[in-house]
Ligand binder design. Structure first.
Ligand code: FMN
Length: 431
């Protein structure tokens, strides 16, 4: 029997979504629909949210120097990721507890990824079971796994993913312990959900969300339901993270690499030396990520970790980036600094929260259109035309915005290499 899909958006919701012109508009629509505790769970980061803010600010700091008089009548955004086709240089990032944003919203993400011809990385802490995703969606399915203290859970989840035909395993390594997400504590947000006077009031103020959610049942972490002692195991989402294994290390990862026959992505990397060691261990792709600023506050924005990591691995592995991508221009900047693809986290989640599958599609359409238009305006009609030569030199950027440059780009005046890592880019940028 086919498992139930995510419920469809009402006509009113579809209209709200259709009016959204940007990811910021979808975020605003999500904010209006969700109770505050749920919105903050999606939107928030760790502690002072410095890294959350910096991830996005780093993109805004870079500026383009476009090429003119190039025929940009047609734009080709297709690429190959991990030996498979990808219609865009984009992957749907894993997000746990998605059912709080939209009932069984995981299906919305998977459906939209399949229709768009891009990979969907399902979270181990998703709100639907991995077998349900496999039963409903034929596209490129990747499975993200956390490392649980009870190691048999990790081993079994990976075995289930293999059996269900997930092609790629994503191991997230930036969560040895839960980040300190203070918004969740203040709002009494936890999984499994606990009703408190504060969040019951919050629900009452958001009747559309409350009725839909209660009608479909409070979301659970469905992949973990089989492991007994559910409450304890499930208390992993959000700020708690107490069931993750802080002892997980290189040897443990090597053992996973030995067992898993498909492609392996390691997510949550910030240093070139770690990336190089991962390539030696047999990782096929490195995902430069700080968990969207939800873990270590004060971590360098991912965009600024990227050149070092691309440099360290050369072409021996693919490199992805996530964190703060809200515009097509952000995608181009990540590609220009060495990423093969970006992973979409909140930008797609805001869409799901605003309108389920319709909202997710709107988010992806907006970003696709922005990406295509940016490539045309830059004189870069193919992905291979995008490179660091299209980004303005960092000493010029420092003049433009010295305060941001000092905060985010400490060596901006001295070292143009930060924003112009010509050496890592293998293709001839002049075309
Ligand atoms: C609500 C939420 C849940 C997340 N759950 C997971 C998860 O289960 N596994 C994981 O590897 N990353 C998870 N992440 C991190 C994302 O995969 C991604 O790294 C991050 O969202 C990228 O930053 P951005 O949202 O600013 O684009 C989650 C992020 C959010 C916002």
């Amino acid at each position: 029997m086919t498992p139930p899909d995510a419920p469809r958006a009402s006509r009113r919701r579809r209209k709200i979504v259709a009016r959204c012109r940007s990811i910021a508009d979808l975020r605003a629509a999500a904010r209006r629909r969700l109770p505050r505790s749920v919105f903050d769970f999606v939107d928030g980061g760790a502690e002072d949210e410095r890294t959350l803010t910096d991830n996005a600010a780093a993109f805004k700091l870079l500026r383009f120097q476009p090429k003119m008089l190039v025929d940009v009548t047609t734009v080709d955004m297709r690429t190959t990721l991990l030996d498979g086709p990808s219609a865009l240089p984009v992957i749907v990032a894993p997000y746990g507890a998605c059912g709080f944003s939209w009932p069984r919203g995981d299906h919305a993400g998977a459906e939209v990824a399949e229709a768009a011809g891009i990979a969907y990385a399902m979270s181990s802490t998703a709100s639907v079971a991995l077998e349900d995703i496999a039963a409903r969606h034929q596209g490129r399915r990747w499975f993200q796994c956390y490392i649980f203290r009870r190691r048999e859970i990790t081993a079994e989840l990976i075995a289930r993913a293999e059996k269900a035909g997930f092609e790629t395993l994503v191991i997230t390594v930036d969560l040895p312990v839960g980040g300190n997400r203070e918004r969740d504590y203040r709002n009494d947000f936890s999984v499994p959900f606990r009703y408190t006077p504060r969040n019951v009031t919050d629900f009452a103020l958001h009747p559309e969300w409350s009725i839909t959610t209660l009608r479909n049942g409070m979301p659970t972490l469905a992949n973990l339901a089989a492991f007994g002692n559910v409450n304890d195991v499930n208390a992993t989402a959000s700020s708690v993270g107490r069931n993750y294994d802080p002892s997980f290390n290189w040897d443990d990862l090597a053992a996973i690499r030995d067992r898993w026959r498909g492609k392996l992505v390691v997510k949550g990397i910030a240093r070139g030396e770690d990336a190089r060691r991962l390539v030696a261990l047999g990782a096929d792709a490195i995902a430069v990520s700080n968990h969207g600023g939800r873990q270590l506050d004060g971590a360098l924005p991912t965009l600024f970790c990227l050149p070092e990591i691309r440099d360290a691995v050369g072409r021996a592995a693919e490199v992805y980036l996530d964190g703060g991508i809200r515009r097509g221009t952000d995608i181009v900047k990540a590609l220009a600094l060495g990423a093969d693809a970006v992973m979409l986290g909140r930008s797609l989640l805001y869409g799901i929260a605003a309108g389920g599958a319709v909202g997710a599609r709107r988010a992806l359409d907006i970003l696709t259109q922005e990406l295509g238009r940016t490539m045309q305006l830059l004189g870069a009609p193919r992905l291979a035309d995008i490179g660091p030569h299209l980004i303005a030199r960092s000493d010029l950027l420092a003049h433009l915005d010295p305060s941001i440059a000092r905060t985010l780009l400490p060596e901006a005046d001295a070292s143009p290499a930060v924003a112009r890592p010509e050496h890592h880019y293998e293709k001839d940028p002049v075309s």
